[in-house]
Design a binder for this molecule. Sequence first.
Ligand SMILES: *[C@@H]1O[C@H](CO)[C@@H](O)[C@H](O)[C@H]1NC(C)=O
Ligand SMILES: *[C@@H]1O[C@H](CO)[C@@H](O)[C@H](O)[C@H]1NC(C)=O
Ligand SMILES: *[C@@H]1O[C@H](CO)[C@@H](O)[C@H](O)[C@H]1NC(C)=O
Ligand SMILES: *[C@@H]1O[C@H](CO)[C@@H](O)[C@H](O)[C@H]1NC(C)=O
Ligand SMILES: *[C@@H]1O[C@H](CO)[C@@H](O)[C@H](O)[C@H]1NC(C)=O
Ligand SMILES: *[C@@H]1O[C@H](CO)[C@@H](O)[C@H](O)[C@H]1NC(C)=O
Ligand SMILES: *[C@@H]1O[C@H](CO)[C@@H](O)[C@H](O)[C@H]1NC(C)=O
Ligand SMILES: *[C@@H]1O[C@H](CO)[C@@H](O)[C@H](O)[C@H]1NC(C)=O
Ligand SMILES: *[C@@H]1O[C@H](CO)[C@@H](O)[C@H](O)[C@H]1NC(C)=O
Length: 698
Amino acid sequence: MSWYASLTVASLIASALAIPAGHVLHEKRTISNHLERRRVDGDAIIPVRIALKQSNLETGYDRLMEVSHPESARYGKHFSAEEVAEMFAPAQESIDTVKNWLMGFGFGEEDIMHYTNKNWLAIDMPASKAEELFATEYHEHDFADRSMRIGCDEYYLPAHVAPHVDLIKPGVVMSNRMKKRSLHKRQWGNWPPNHKGPHSWPHSQGWPSHTSTPISGPTSTSSGSGPTSTSIPAGLANCDTHITPPCLRYLYQIPAHPNNTSPENVMGLYESGDYFAQEDLDLFFAKFLPYIPQGTTPKVDSVDGGHAPVAVHNPLNGGESDTDLELAYSLIYPQTVTVYQVDDIPNATGHTNATGFLNDFLDAVDGSYCNYTAFGITGNSPSIDPQYPDPRKNGYKGQLMCGTYQLTRVVSISYGSPEAQFPQNYLQRQCSEIMKLGMQGHSILNAAGDYGVGAGPNQNGNPYGCLPGPGSNTTFPVYSPDWPSSCPYMTVVGGSQLNPGQNVNDRESAMQVNLTAFNIATGEGQPTLLIQYFASAGGFSNFFPIPSYQKADVENYINTQTLPPSYNANAQGTNIGEGGGLWNRLGRAYPDVAANGAYLDIFNNGTEERIFGTSLASPIFASVLTLLNQDRTEAGKGPVGFVNPVLYANPWVLNDIINGSNPNCNSSGFHATTGWDPVTGLGTPNYPKMRELFLSLP
Ligand SMILES: *[C@@H]1O[C@H](CO)[C@@H](O)[C@H](O)[C@H]1NC(C)=O
Ligand SMILES: *[C@@H]1O[C@H](CO)[C@@H](O)[C@H](O)[C@H]1NC(C)=O
Ligand SMILES: *[C@@H]1O[C@H](CO)[C@@H](O)[C@H](O)[C@H]1NC(C)=O
Ligand SMILES: *[C@@H]1O[C@H](CO)[C@@H](O)[C@H](O)[C@H]1NC(C)=O
Ligand SMILES: *[C@@H]1O[C@H](CO)[C@@H](O)[C@H](O)[C@H]1NC(C)=O
Ligand SMILES: *[C@@H]1O[C@H](CO)[C@@H](O)[C@H](O)[C@H]1NC(C)=O
Ligand SMILES: *[C@@H]1O[C@H](CO)[C@@H](O)[C@H](O)[C@H]1NC(C)=O
Ligand SMILES: *[C@@H]1O[C@H](CO)[C@@H](O)[C@H](O)[C@H]1NC(C)=O
Ligand SMILES: *[C@@H]1O[C@H](CO)[C@@H](O)[C@H](O)[C@H]1NC(C)=O
């Protein structure tokens, strides 16, 4: 697939360095770092690390389809972690080529260390030797915190070696902090200097941008505007304005509580910056799920200093975690839940500049990701991801967790950020990891977002969260795709709802709530909101091309519907908005599926309230997959894994949503219609049909 192109090689430029014949520029710093610096002493021994190119990354998509596509002979035969590591390990040819080149410079085989995760060659050598090898000059750079790091502005490799090398460190990517000075502070800022992305670096706060927006409503469930009719089952008369566990079970035909549970079918929830309260769970159990004993609690895997639960009135109990857990218990109990509580940062400071997202979680559940080199990045990105140990008050003082926990078969993520906030290679690296987890049989779900075709308040530097057109267009007309929704290996869940006045036998529409009107009617929350609609997000990636499993459905939508103007994004996404287009007609499209996201009754902060958002939809759909995994376990089969290829090939197992739209960015956005659409995807779950389908697969 074309986005797996290597990024490092830039055009040759004039240079003061003596470049040996046959050498090519491998990496060059494009932004000056303005740091104090000195030439490194030629005799100083520096630790040179050579990241070898992973092989076969471009075949990853096909390997994932091999185990996930219903027509594949290998369907369901997921790979082990070792098999995946082996599959993408650098080719022996790469190892040999680089070793032979080094040995030609007088190094012995025994001087060259090959790291166990197979990606790295390590060799210590005098700086003068490294300068000769890479045709460069090394400098020590002083950082404001008095730490020192070694790096160079550009370096060269022999033409026959370059294709086998991802990057050299120290290089444009500087060395780790050297122990020359004593202080160890963390803040430093110019990495990676060679980023040339189309958008500015993240400056805004990156914490949950589409967590649900809790809106306090009436605490009584006794009144609703829905018609009471004899055809509506007892207790389900008010599902249009008060969604309860029986409403969800009826809508998706999920049996009232399953009896069996197997230890391998734990459902995972990603949480960060928001923490559940046991008291809220107990209140919810008492009112809605009386068969669940008080005190029933999830397992909490604390990642890099995240801890839960918190006290019920703690402001950190913001509603996202409570909601995710209350929904999961509603649908899967007695199957169990694991909460991955990620990062100390919000706890330690309440705010941070580390807008990075998901890397710490992925590190914690797959140790090989910690040092994974791809797309010119090794490991976490220090200017984006939180750094550990965290010296701040209450900061997590341990090392970054690597492979500390096992990843559950299903994990739901109700968090996101605009795709445009991250460098493209940061996202490509992360997405390739999500692909690898899919190959191992994990289902990773994400809430699509809540602000229609935009990213929401004050994202991307404008109030609606839309993107600027090319040039100096100041009106921000362009739609903003969400991350990680735009990764084609996620299963992305949009929102649906019963419109007020409808009943549980009616077909749902796209989630679209006028929050201003709701707040005025309930007397709670803000009566004037800039973005009045809370609407299921959906759209098209600017960085990731459309994957084959959804191509026919998406092209059918594009070719048969009257749509806003589009553009064809180039591989780097540098022509976003070209020609007045508002969305990329070549991009990965989302959501894939949908589930209810409106008027849900929950307990949070000790009170019953109603909330809205695709944050609800993702744990609902993840619960259905968890039930399906249990069904398959009982039939002696493995987990459902990455479900998109099966679902696009079998849309009959979902309830198609054909009404509604996702307005924002001064436009009405996209509209739902028959078949797949970028508002509600293929539709909401029909559990019995999904069960039939997934039990029929090997
Ligand atoms: C679980 O067991 C109860 C009592 O034996 C039974 O009524 C119920 O139907 C069972 N649930 C399922 C989903 O089979
Ligand atoms: C905040 O950090 C302290 C110290 O690490 C820890 O004891 C506490 O549980 C943390 N709280 C949350 C909500 O993460
Ligand atoms: C975030 O960055 C701004 C601007 O660089 C800086 O003033 C501020 O101190 C930083 N905050 C933290 C918590 O690092
Ligand atoms: C990652 O690499 C560092 C050296 O850079 C090494 O100390 C560490 O053990 C590696 N971690 C894993 C999980 O391989
Ligand atoms: C929407 O259009 C109005 C009027 O043309 C303009 O003032 C406003 O800035 C636009 N909003 C966005 C998000 O482009
Ligand atoms: C939302 O509701 C408010 C209050 O009733 C109303 O003024 C506004 O026009 C509505 N917005 C839309 C987009 O319909
Ligand atoms: C700026 O955005 C407006 C609104 O979509 C559009 O009409 C105009 O063509 C854009 N200008 C440029 C230079 O793309
Ligand atoms: C949480 O509940 C406490 C106690 O009732 C109240 O003082 C506080 O305002 C509530 N917090 C929110 C965010 O509603
Ligand atoms: C379609 O959705 C709109 C709002 O999004 C709603 O007003 C209308 O009643 C819905 N129609 C049906 C048939 O559900």
